[in-house]
Ligand binder design. Structure first.
Ligand code: SF4
Ligand code: SF4
Length: 141
């Protein structure tokens, strides 16, 4: 089925939000910035399957008329290029395009907590493994 065929049967799903790539938050200041984004209604942050962080505004395009583009011939280049050659549009992939999705501050804080736990567990494992290796080395001297 061509993109046009699909689109004529769609409710302009991809025209109801915009997403811009942001830097992965690493410092406390950057993490706080993401918290601030997520405190706003209809603002989401996600990580895609390539590890890119995206800031998403869940707000429809003003050009939507009857679930179609009301100015199709004059639509911006980004709309013309979407979804790209041999790519699936989001109607076909739906929310599986997100590896991780935060729709509010709480989800983001829970994610950070889990990441910290993972790091701590990893550090503990490395320390245990190093201690084990040291014991084994001492046995052979
Ligand atoms: S989500 Fe897919 S099918 Fe729907 S309008 Fe966009 S490109 Fe067309
Ligand atoms: S300009 Fe048209 S194609 Fe582009 S987002 Fe708006 S409604 Fe969709």
């Amino acid at each position: 089925m061509s993109v046009v065929d699909k689109c004529s049967k769609c409710d302009a799903h991809c025209c109801r939000h915009i997403a811009v790539q942001i830097e992965k938050p690493v410092t406390n200041k950057e993490i706080d910035q993401v918290r601030w984004y997520l405190l706003h209604e209809n603002v989401w942050v996600s990580i895609d399957h390539d590890g890119n962080w995206l800031l998403e505004f869940r707000t429809p395009c003003r050009q939507i008329v009857n679930n179609q583009c009301g100015d199709y011939g004059n639509r911006p280049a980004i709309c013309r290029d979407y979804p790209g050659e041999n790519e699936f549009c989001e109607r076909e992939t739906d929310d599986t395009s997100y590896a991780v999705l935060f729709t509010n501050e709480n989800e983001f804080l829970q994610y950070l907590k889990k990441q910290n736990l993972k790091k701590t567990t990893l550090r503990t494992r490395i320390k245990k493994s190093q201690a084990k290796q040291k014991v084994q080395r001492n046995r052979y001297v």
